[in-house]
Design a binder for this molecule. Structure first.
Ligand code: PLP
Length: 239
């Protein structure tokens, strides 16, 4: 292994220890004894970083763009669980269903149907989280709670996933709205989740919380946190 690899490994190990300590402190503060799964969001970072994180004991990796995730998943393989966390276009559903183990961002009946067809084509069964909109802004994605919209209403999307042959309804996902107080946003998410569990008691995954707000999310019941920059460093986008 090169000196550069050693330096990067040490940096990731230090960041990982810090993030795990934050998660443990937040669990204790919330009086929780159940597990919180760390999903390391590796977007914009190379497959080599995914391999280093796996060596350090990270079991779950998140990506948000198919064109970046597909080659990384091919390179790293099945030593980690692959989570697709980004907005997903229906024309990418077939590609994503080839490598994703969990899709966090299903927010329409039509997308659920496309993912089900893709998973069946690959003879796979995918865990699916229905993404919930906490601000009602359709541009930012998410199914709409308290809406009877046939394609985007939360109850309809959850029912479509639950009824799909190659999808397993595993729970809910949300992103705190830009500029909103995360604690209030995740308190609302917890209320939505409680109502959702009446109809879907086994769909217990709650994916919420990122680098800046994981403590708020864990306080309100997150079972999975999606952490990018606090683990890998600040992302630099080209262009
Ligand atoms: C990038 C991303 C994250 C991680 O964000 P950080 O602030 O870097 O921790 C989490 N969830 C989704 C959906 C993302 O796109």
């Amino acid at each position: 292994m090169s000196a550069a690899d050693d330096t990067r490994r040490a940096e990731l190990a230090e960041n990982l220890a810090r993030v795990r300590a934050r998660i443990d402190a937040a669990r204790s503060a919330a009086g929780r004894t159940d597990d919180v799964t760390l999903v390391a969001v590796t977007k914009t970072y190379p497959a080599g970083d995914v391999a280093l994180l796996a060596d350090l004991g990270v079991t779950d990796i998140g990506e948000n763009k198919d064109q970046e995730a597909a080659p990384k998943a091919a390179e790293v393989g099945r030593r980690v669980r692959w989570h697709f966390v980004g907005q997903l276009q229906r024309n990418k559903a077939r590609s994503v269903s080839a490598y994703a183990d969990v899709v966090h961002s299903v927010d329409s009946v039509r997308l659920a149907a496309a993912l089900d067809r893709g998973a069946q084509g690959h003879e796979r069964v995918l865990d699916v989280l229905v993404q919930v909109s906490l601000d009602g802004d359709p541009e930012r994605g998410g199914a709409l709670p308290d809406s009877a919209d046939p394609d985007r209403g939360l109850a309809g999307v959850a029912g479509a996933v639950a009824g799909a042959d190659a999808l397993r309804l595993a729970g809910l996902m949300a992103v705190a709205p830009l500029g909103a107080e995360p604690d209030a946003a995740f308190a609302r998410l917890a209320e939505i989740a409680a109502a959702f569990h009446v109809d879907h008691p086994t769909a217990t995954v709650l994916s919420a919380g990122m680098s800046d707000d994981l403590e708020n999310a864990i306080r309100h019941g997150a079972t999975h946190v999606r952490i990018g920059s606090a683990l890998l460093g600040k992302r630099h986008y080209l262009g």
